[in-house]
Design a protein around this ligand. Structure first.
Ligand code: BES
Ligand code: MN
Ligand code: ZN
Length: 497
C-alpha cells in the first residue's frame, strides 16, 4: 500500500474511487456537496433513496458520475458530527478501504472536514495510514501457498489524501504513519508466530536482521554470558526448557553524542508461558505464545524510530526464554539471586515475567538511560482491571507518566495510570529471601507486579506498561494488535522533536 497527498478539487482527482463523507445529522461533508453539485444531485439522490443515511462506517459506491474524474465515488457514513472522534474516523477509513470495490487500485480520500477534535492534519494522516494498513495485514506465512493466495488483497492499493490546498502536515503524517505501521506489523507478525517458530533465538535473529537493515547495533548474549552477568533470576525461568535463553541488546544512535542519555525500552520476551511447575489451566493456553509481545513492541518501535531517523538514542533490551515445567524446572519455594544481589523466593513459577525483567532492568542501567520504559504482558490482573482498552501505566515519575499518557492519547493507543506506591510493597515480604515474587491472591495483582519491578529501578526515571490486555485480541479476530508500538513511537517522536 502506498500513500501520498495531492492538492486538487475532489471532482478533479482521477482515481478508481474517491471517498467522501456523509454525516448522520449534518448530511454532506464539503467534498460530498461539491460532488453532488457537479454531478447534478447524485449524492442527494443516494441519500433520498435511503441507501445512505450517514450511519457510522456504512458505505455506498456510486459509479460513472457526471463531472467527476474518478470512476467511482464512495459515500462513507461518519455518524453524528458531535460523536465524530478517532474511533469513528478509523472506522470510516476501514469501511472505505474494504468497501470501495475490488477493482479499485487508486483510492482517493477527500477528508478535509473529517475533523477530530484535538488532532491536527498530521495526526489525521497517521490515523488514516494506521486504519488502512490494518485492513491489509495478514498472518499467513505458515499457511500453504494456496491458502495464502486466497487471502491476498485483490489489488495493490495506492491511497491519496486530497486537500483543497497543499498541506505540509499531511505528507509528514503519511510518512510517519507508514513507519509506524511497519513497526506495528512487525510486532503483530512476531506476536502471532507460534512458540515452536518464534523461539528466543528467532527473536535474536530478528534483532540482527533489524540491525543489518537499519544500521542499528545488535548484541546477543547466550546462557554463559547471561550467567556471567549474574542474572540468576532470569536464568531460573529457563531451567525447565531445552530452548536456550537469549539476552538481546539493540542500540539505535539517532542523537549521537557517544550514545548519551538513551531512552531504554525493556521488553518481556517469554516465547511461551506454560506457567512452569505452577502450570496454567489448559483452556486458551495457546495464547501464551503472545507472552513475548513486549519484546515484539521493542523491536517494532526500534524499526519505526530508525525508519523515521529520529534524533534520539534508544537502547532496547530483551530477555527471551520459555517458561516450561520439567525435572529441571524451578520449583515453588526455590530462592534465586538476581543480578542486583537481591534474593527472590519464587512462590509461583507462573509469575515469571518479573523474574526476567528485574535482571534486564538492572542490566540496562549501565547505559545511564534518561528514562526506562518496560513493556510486558505481565499480569492477568491487569486484564481484569482494564480489559482490552487501556494498557496499564505504572510510574512513580509524574513527568514521565504524563509524557507517556500524552503520547498514548495522541496516538490513539491508550493507557491508564495505575498506582505503584510503596504501601503495596508489604505484600512481597518473604520469611526466607529479600522478597517473594507474588503478592496476596486476588489483591491488586498488576500493582504488586509493578511494585516488584520498582525494587530494581531505585533512583531511575522508570515506567512500566502492562500490556496483557492490549497486546492481543481473542475471539474471531484473534491475533496480536501491535500495541503499544504507536504509543512508544509517538513518545520518542515527541522527545526527538
Ligand atoms: N503472562 C502471564 C500474564 C498474562 C495472563 C498475560 C493472561 C496475558 C493474559 C504472566 O506470566 C502470569 O502468568 N501472571 C500471573 C501472575 C500470578 C501468578 C501472580 C497471572 O497473572 O496470573
Ligand atoms: Mn506466567
Ligand atoms: Zn508470562
Amino acid at each position: 500500500m502506498e500513500f501520498n497527498t495531492k492538492a486538487a478539487a475532489p471532482e478533479a482527482i482521477k482515481a478508481d474511487c474517491l471517498a467522501v463523507g456523509i454525516f448522520e445529522d449534518k448530511g454532506m461533508s464539503a467534498a460530498a456537496r461539491r460532488i453532488d453539485r457537479v454531478s447534478g444531485g447524485a449524492v442527494r439522490a443516494a441519500m433520498a433513496s435511503g441507501d445512505m443515511a450517514g450511519k457510522r462506517a456504512s458505505i455506498v459506491v456510486l459509479r460513472g458520475l457526471k463531472g467527476v474524474a474518478s470512476t467511482r465515488v464512495a459515500l462513507v457514513g461518519l455518524g453524528k458530527a458531535a460523536d465524530f472522534g478517532e474511533k469513528a474516523f478509523g472506522e470510516a477509513v476501514t469501511a472505505a478501504v474494504r468497501g470501495c470495490g475490488a477493482g479499485t487500485g487508486a483510492l482517493a480520500f477527500a477528508i478535509g472536514d473529517w475533523k477530530v477534535v484535538g488532532r491536527a492534519a498530521d495526526g489525521n494522516a497517521r490515523a488514516l495510514v494506521a486504519a488502512a494498513r490494518a485492513t491489509a495485514f495478514r498472518s499467513d506465512e505458515l499457511k500453504s501457498k494456496a491458502a495464502q493466495a486466497a487471502s491476498q488483497e485483490p489489488r495493490r492499493r495506492r491511497i491519496t489524501v486530497v486537500t483543497d490546498k497543499p498541506e505540509r502536515g499531511i505528507a509528514d503524517g503519511l510518512r510517519q504513519g507508514v513507519a509506524i505501521a511497519n513497526g506495528v506489523d512487525l510486532a503483530k507478525r512476531l506476536g502471532n508466530l507460534p512458540g515452536n517458530v518464534c523461539t528466543p533465538e528467532y527473536l535474536a535473529d530478528q534483532a540482527r536482521a533489524l540491525a543489518r537493515e537499519w544500521g542499528l547495533k545488535a548484541q546477543v548474549m547466550d546462557r554463559r554470558q547471561i550467567a556471567a552477568l549474574g542474572m540468576g533470576s532470569f536464568l531460573s525461568v529457563t531451567n525447565g526448557s531445552v530452548q536456550p535463553p537469549r539476552l538481546i541488546v539493540l542500540r539505535y544512535e539517532g542523537a549521537g553524542r557517544g550514545f548519551a542519555d538513551p531512552v531504554a525500552l525493556v521488553g518481556k520476551g517469554i516465547t511461551f508461558d506454560s506457567g512452569g511447575i505452577s502450570l496454567k489451566p489448559g483452556a486458551a493456553m495457546d495464547e501464551m505464545k503472545y507472552d513475548m509481545c513486549g519484546a515484539a513492541s521493542v523491536l517494532g518501535t526500534l524499526r519505526t524510530v530508525a525508519e523515521l531517523k529520529l534524533r534520539v538514542n534508544v537502547v532496547g533490551v530483551i530477555p527471551a526464554c520459555e517458561n516450561l515445567p520439567s525435572g529441571s524446572a524451578t520449583k515453588p519455594g526455590d530462592i534465586v539471586t538476581s543480578m542486583s544481589g537481591q534474593t527472590i523466593e519464587v512462590l509461583n513459577t507462573d509469575a515469571e515475567g518479573r523474574l526476567i525483567l528485574c535482571d534486564a532492568l538492572t542490566y540496562v542501567q549501565r547505559f545511564k538511560p534518561a528514562a526506562i520504559v518496560d513493556i510486558a504482558t505481565l499480569t492477568g490482573a491487569c486484564v481484569v482491571a482494564l480489559g482490552n482498552v487501556h494498557s496499564g501505566l505504572f510510574s512513580k515519575d509524574d513527568a514521565l507518566a504524563d509524557d507517556l499518557l500524552a503520547a498514548a492519547r495522541s496516538s490513539g493507543d491508550s493507557a491508564w495510570r495505575m498506582p505503584v506506591d510503596d504501601d503495596y510493597q508489604d505484600q512481597l515480604k518473604s520469611n526466607f529471601a529479600d522478597m517473594a515474587n507474588i503478592g496476596l491472591p486476588g489483591n491488586a495483582g498488576s500493582v504488586t507486579a509493578a511494585c516488584f519491578l520498582a525494587r530494581f529501578v531505585k533512583d531511575q526515571r522508570w515506567a512500566h506498561l502492562d500490556i496483557a490486555g492490549t497486546a492481543w485480541r481473542g475471539g474471531a479476530t484473534k491475533g496480536a494488535t501491535g500495541r503499544p508500538v504507536p504509543l512508544l513511537a509517538e513518545f520518542l517522536r515527541r522527545r526527538a522533536a
